[in-house]
Design a protein around this ligand. Structure first.
Ligand SMILES: Nc1ncnc2c1ncn2[C@@H]1O[C@H](COP(=O)(O)OP(=O)(O)O)[C@@H](O)[C@H]1O
Ligand SMILES: [Mg+2]
Length: 302
């Protein structure tokens, strides 16, 4: 069985006047995957989501969503997608239930069917007790859950979540991660954007790492770490850098730390303790933040 490619983007650019918000990017999304776009603020993630969801148009390149043209088949594409936008855009005068009902009407869902779906979706996101509350009375985490429920009202094949957990506490974040994993188990295809490396590492089958409108690398999170820098990181707080060149592994000087990325922790540690006296360090698995710093010289978070 071959897995279908449902989104294909070739050489896509998006300019705002002379500013390149997206600069010649290539990507694809396969059916059933969770694909992440990981990058700091301003990387171009939301711009890309807007192109896929037909709310903004590319300057150049080719973009197919479900084999359809984003400039000609907007209605068909929108019917197949559920979107969780970066900013919650509810109608503040309405209750939880009313917000979902209004949305069901955009998709022409009949009232009886809409009632059933709303009930199921409120159960899915755990907001059944909040049905008749004003959305303005919900916590940040509940608002995000409601907007996930809203994105599912048309039973979309593809769900796109633009920074689903930004600003949420760890508990609310974990709940939303569980929901995303459940959606994948139910066969949905998922795209998410994030600047949280834990989120990308935990959820995504493949990630595209973005910075300043470009895709700098892509692949499975673990494989990217192995390919570029190695699975172990020695984080050093106080070693003089003079002798570090003798140590095997990739060395990065960043802020007040030195990082050695290696696949051979034992060898690197032996050399390190040989040449640096009273050294203070920790050893931990390499993560996507390390990879981002290695590739760009910057952190994901400001
Ligand atoms: N409508 C717009 N007009 C001009 N510049 C824009 C517009 N939308 C986004 N940008 C710029 O494009 C860049 C990418 O923005 P965005 O896609 O929102 O990034 P991200 O979602 O990764 O934080 C930013 O520098 C932003 O200021
Ligand atoms: Mg954004």
């Amino acid at each position: 069985m071959t897995t279908q490619i449902i989104i294909e983007g070739f050489n896509i650019s998006k300019n705002y006047d002379s500013f390149k918000a997206l600069d010649n990017i290539n990507f694809f999304v396969k059916e059933g995957e969770i694909v992440g776009f990981l990058g700091p603020n301003g990387a171009g993630k939301t711009t890309l989501i807007k192109l896929i969801t037909c709310t903004s148009f590319k300057t150049s390149g080719k973009l197919k969503v479900f084999g359809l043209d984003t400039e000609k088949d907007q209605k068909k594409i929108k019917a197949l997608i559920g979107l969780v936008p970066q900013d919650n855009n509810f109608d503040p005068d309405f209750t939880v239930y009313e917000n979902l009902l209004v949305f069901s009407r955009y998709f022409g869902i009949k009232r009886d069917e809409a009632e059933k779906r709303i009930q199921n979706l409120l159960n899915f996101v755990g907001l059944q007790n909040k049905r008749d509350e004003k959305v303005t009375d919900l916590s940040g985490g509940m608002k995000r859950k409601l907007i996930i429920a809203r994105s599912l009202i048309n039973d979309p094949e593809l769900i796109i979540l633009d920074e689903p957990t930004t600003g949420l506490d760890p508990q609310a974040r974990r709940k939303i991660w569980e929901m995303i994993e459940d959606l994948k188990k139910n066969g949905k295809t998922i795209i998410l954007t994030t600047h949280y490396m834990e989120e990308a590492e935990k959820l995504c089958d493949r990630i595209y790492i973005m910075d300043a409108g470009k895709i700098i690398t892509w692949g499975n999170p673990k494989e990217l770490i192995i390919k570029h820098i190695g699975t172990e990181t020695i984080e050093i707080y106080n070693c003089e850098d003079v002798k570090l060149n003798e140590i095997k592994g990739k060395k990065i000087f960043f802020k007040d730390r030195i990082y050695i990325h290696t696949d051979n922790k034992k060898e690197a540690l032996e050399m390190l303790t040989d040449i640096c006296e009273n050294i203070k360090f920790t050893v931990r698995p390499t993560n996507l933040e390390d990879l981002f710093i290695y590739l760009t010289g910057k952190e994901l978070k400001e």
